[in-house]
Design a binder for this molecule. Structure first.
Ligand SMILES: NC(=O)c1ccc[n+]([C@@H]2O[C@H](COP(=O)([O-])OP(=O)(O)OC[C@H]3O[C@@H](n4cnc5c(N)ncnc54)[C@H](O)[C@@H]3O)[C@@H](O)[C@H]2O)c1
Length: 314
């Protein structure tokens, strides 16, 4: 039986991964480490499983006598307003967190990391394959996030190449769905919460910037397959996301049409907001044959609205 450490397990994606880990019968213990910065303990409320232990701690300072068989490092904010407000804390969570977690990995164990499409920066190629090295400004407003993700990738691939450490690095594209904080600050959740409050939908810039939104259920299916259920030892990096590219304005218009009463207003563009984002899934199709995002954003958005309505008690 194996022991698992899940850092960031009270967050949006981490809590869904915790649900999936609880379905396994080869796991004896799941230690969730989270400091509740952007995550919420309520995200684990659906779990009733004596194997799960919650420890409120910073991932970079957490200590344990256990050497874990599997470590999942998701402890980092993913939303620009949150990570931009605390750049040093963001770097610490990712980089020092990964360093600390590597020291708790059992020999032969595997450490899995959720990297991001942000490693491609404002990409000059579209779609973005894993081989694209990115266009990132290390002095820019998003750099605490982009560069710490790149640094952790360097750390993990260095450990793999030089010391033979088993690593798995997934590069996630934009994810949305239930358990996103209502005050998360990204486009889909902003539009939904604004529409539910009857407020204007705020589009930054002209809205032509594109994203590839993957519904959480699809993305966690992909992570589950990559991280444990398919038995692959591919170390990555592996793009996991929806390759249907949608402009921010199109999403706003869809929500506006679904919930009339919230006009679209345009605000100044966010500095260095990437103009496009779309995963090249060629490699993903080889590593995870048959996996792709199944839920169209129109359906996923409407499903998410029901959750946000309950969450906001509207
Ligand atoms: N949501 C996305 O669209 C997306 C896209 C690409 C990559 N990712 C990556 O996936 C992971 C999870 O993202 P998410 O959307 O669930 O974000 P989230 O903010 O909802 O979850 C992050 C969790 O980590 C915790 N955390 C942050 N710093 C910590 C620290 N120092 N010590 C302990 N816990 C800490 C937070 O409290 C939270 O529970 C992140 O690594 C993120 O970079 C997310």
């Amino acid at each position: 039986m194996i022991e698992v450490l899940l850092a960031g397990g009270c967050g949006f994606i981490g809590s869904h991964l915790a649900d999936r880990l609880c379905r396994r019968n080869d796991v004896s213990r799941i230690v969730v480490v989270d400091n509740l910065w952007t995550g919420r303990i309520e995200n684990l409320s659906a779990i009733d499983d004596i194997r799960v232990e919650f420890v409120r701690a910073d991932v970079e300072h957490f200590k344990s006598d256990t050497q874990f068989d599997e470590i999942y490092h998701l402890a980092s904010p993913a939303s620009p307003p949150w990570y931009m407000a605390q750049p040093l804390r963001t770097i610490s969570a990712n980089v020092l967190g990964a360093m600390n977690l590597l020291g708790m990995l059992k020999p032969g164990g595997v450490i899995c990391y959720t990297s991001t499409s942000e490693v491609y920066g404002d990409p000059l190629v579209n779609p973005q394959p894993e081989s694209y090295r990115g266009s990132v400004d290390c002095t820019g407003p998003r750099s605490s996030y982009d560069e710490s993700k790149r640094c952790v990738e360097a750390m993990l691939f260095g450990a793999s190449n030089v010391h033979g450490t088993r690593v798995k690095v997934a590069r996630l594209f934009n994810v949305y769905g239930p358990r996103t904080r209502p005050d998360d600050g990204r486009a889909v959740s902003n539009f939904i919460t604004q529409a539910l409050r009857g407020e204007p939908l705020t589009v930054y810039g002209d809205g032509s910037q594109s994203r590839s939104w993957g519904h959480i259920d699809d993305i966690v299916d992909g992570l589950e397959r990559y991280f444990w259920s398919d038995g692959t030892d591919y170390s990555g990096p592996l793009n996991i996301g929806n390759d249907r590219e949608i402009s921010v304005l199109e999403v706003a218009q869809f929500i506006n049409a679904s919930f009339p009463g919230s006009p679209i207003v345009f605000l100044p563009p966010v500095p260095q907001d990437p103009t496009n984002r779309r995963p090249d899934l060629t490699l993903c199709n080889q590593v995870l044959p048959g996996w792709k995002c199944q839920i169209p954003y129109e359906e996923g958005v409407l499903r998410s609205v029901d959750w946000f309505r309950r969450e906001m008690r509207l």
